[in-house]
Design a protein around this ligand. Structure first.
Ligand code: NAD
Length: 354
């Protein structure tokens, strides 16, 4: 064995994991020295947010249940009014990436500490990344100020996550790990996390599709999501995340579904350049990494074709142009023609050719 040179940076955050862990939110508000928590959620999860606020008693100053996809600045401004009028000194974000995004947007503007209680597998809680939309334009920043201080994972909160969303969200998580395996700034720790995260989701997702309320399957999936999210928050992403960003940003395709559909194709594309780095993923999913991931997604009932998201072939031409306008690092060189071909395969939903 020969270990290549690397840089490893530990990222400061506390992770509390386990069934029933949501009962520890009050303890962690106390431990970070806060007294007045504003609980955040989407309108769909308001009842859960109110239950959580009830559980933390006098430490809750209120609930803001207006979080929305892609963190619109107008929503953040409304929430900021509530933060000010309530005199909040921390936020508790209960939900998926949309709610976590709102908490991060508040932290960016106030530096208030965040306690995140994730209920999907998107992984935003483990990153220093924030994407905000204003006037239809999405801008993404990386800033340590937005990395949540405390994350409390309670698998019981994911028991009711609909199966279709669980599957696409789980594949979204696997995408972070897949790109982590070939990230130029990867290190032995992020690679271990990426593989263990993929393994946990490889085992958990089929079991939760068969039995959505199986707490063990849910625990495995959420554990995998933590690891994959941590990889996303530690190393640089490449072509896969870029293409998802282009489709989501310019064509408003849904976040997790877009990741789920593109993943086998982007991995297949890059596997040609770095087969040795993706070999452990290929071993996990069977055959090649790209083909194996396509088979895995299909076996879970995931969407496989971009055309089912309402995209047209003309959209693909434009997406390929946008995605190749500015150069960025990727293990395999690409141009508009090769990206257009990749998008065509993903649009048709065909299995990547080994
Ligand atoms: P989401 O947060 O938008 O949730 C989708 C819907 O499912 C919402 O209505 C939500 O209330 C509901 N929901 C969430 N958990 C539930 C549960 N357990 N049971 C029932 N309903 C539940 O979806 P997401 O995929 O988690 O997040 C997507 C957003 O997060 C996108 O805007 C994406 O850009 C962002 N994101 C950011 C990062 C980052 O690092 N900044 C990482 C991943 C995703």
């Amino acid at each position: 064995m020969s270990v290549a040179a690397f840089t490893y940076r530990a990222r400061p955050s506390t992770v509390v994991f386990g069934r029933g862990a949501r009962s520890r939110v009050a303890e962690w508000i106390d431990r970070i020295g806060a007294r007045r928590a504003l609980v955040l959620s989407t309108p769909q999860q308001e009842a859960d947010a109110r239950a959580l606020a009830g559980g933390i008693g006098g430490r809750a100053t209120g609930v803001f249940a207006g979080a929305a996809m892609h963190t619109p600045v107008a929503v953040t401004q409304q929430a900021m009014e509530v933060v000010r009028s309530a005199g909040a000194d921390c936020v508790v974000s209960l939900g998926g990436g949309s709610t976590t995004g709102l908490g991060k947007a508040i932290a960016l503007r106030t530096d208030l500490p965040q306690i995140v209680v994730p209920t999907t597998y998107a992984g935003s809680e483990a990153t220093d990344i924030l994407g905000e939309t204003d006037g239809g334009r999405k801008t993404t920043i990386r800033d340590e100020k937005v990395r949540p201080e405390v994350v409390i994972y309670d698998p019981d909160l994911t028991l009711g996550l609909p199966v279709a969303m669980s599957v696409t969200s789980g594949l979204n998580a696997i995408a972070h790990a897949a790109e982590g395996l070939y990230a130029p700034d990867r290190n032995p720790v992020t690679s271990l996390m990426a593989l263990e995260g993929m393994r946990a989701l490889r085992e958990g997702l089929p079991r939760l599709v068969a039995a959505p309320r199986d707490p063990d399957a849910r625990s495995d999936a959420l554990y995998g999501a933590w690891l994959c999210g941590t990889v996303l928050g530690s190393v640089a992403m490449a072509l896969h995340h870029k293409l998802c960003h282009v489709l989501g940003g310019s064509f408003d395709t849904p976040h997790a579904e877009t990741h789920a559909i593109l993943l086998p194709h982007t991995v297949h594309f890059n596997e040609k350049a770095v087969p040795e780095l993706l070999r452990p993923a290929a071993a996990l999913f069977g055959g090649s990494a790209g083909g194996g991931l396509w088979d895995f997604a299909g076996s879970l009932g995931a969407p496989l074709a971009l055309r089912d998201l309402g995209l047209t072939e003309a959209d693909l031409d434009r997406a390929a142009q946008i995605a190749t306008k500015n150069p960025y690092e990727n293990p395999r060189a690409f141009d508009a023609t090769s990206i257009r071909a990749l998008l065509q395969a993903a649009w048709e939903g065909s299995r990547p050719k080994d």
